[in-house]
Design a protein around this ligand. Sequence first.
Ligand code: AMP
Length: 209
Amino acid sequence: MKIIMLGAPGAGKGSQASRISAMYKLPHISTGDIFRKNISEGTRLGKKAKEYMDKGELVPDSLVIEIATDRLLQDDCQKGFLLDGFPRTVAQAEELDKIMKKIGKEIDKVIALEVSDDEIIERITGRRVSKVTGKIYHIKYNPPVDEKLEDLEQRADDNEETVKKRLAVYNEQTAPVLDFYKKQNKVYEVDGAQRLENITKDIIEILEK
Ligand code: AMP
């Protein structure tokens, strides 16, 4: 299974990708997570990416394509993978197609999570991530049960101002990626405003088709 999770920031790509990757034992590849890891380790790549991420802008294609290619060519991805947050521009999607062709594979399905802008702003500003487990919570809608509130932190780019910028960037640069895959008949739309469990159920149904 070679799956792409597409959707606006806060649509639930990360949460759903974690669940699905655990169920199907697929590597979960999040370019955002790779950048955040590099930022916390203080690497050159992290320093460069941070400049864009803090402003809610996209990291330049050349950097993203390099890290995504590296990751996709690793052994554990050869049977399948779940992409979360990549591709985010048509140029990245075209490059991904080239990589897939080179290794004799192709993307199977693109899951498009649909959520309204108002809901996204509420979700992202309330989103918290555990410093201990990396699990994603929402202070109001999905508070932690087994973890302490002190262990939760807010992503640097999860404030209202940056979210609005990220949404604009999504509509301008990432929405066309959906059309790119619609032309290949690979897009499956899922109502991302439902409860987490129901979204997962819908995704599983699509994957099992
Ligand atoms: P995410 O965790 O997927 O919401 O990504 C957080 C931030 O990382 C984005 O707002 C971008 O600045 C950067 N980023 C992650 N993936 C990509 C990508 N595929 N292309 C460009 N920038 C990215």
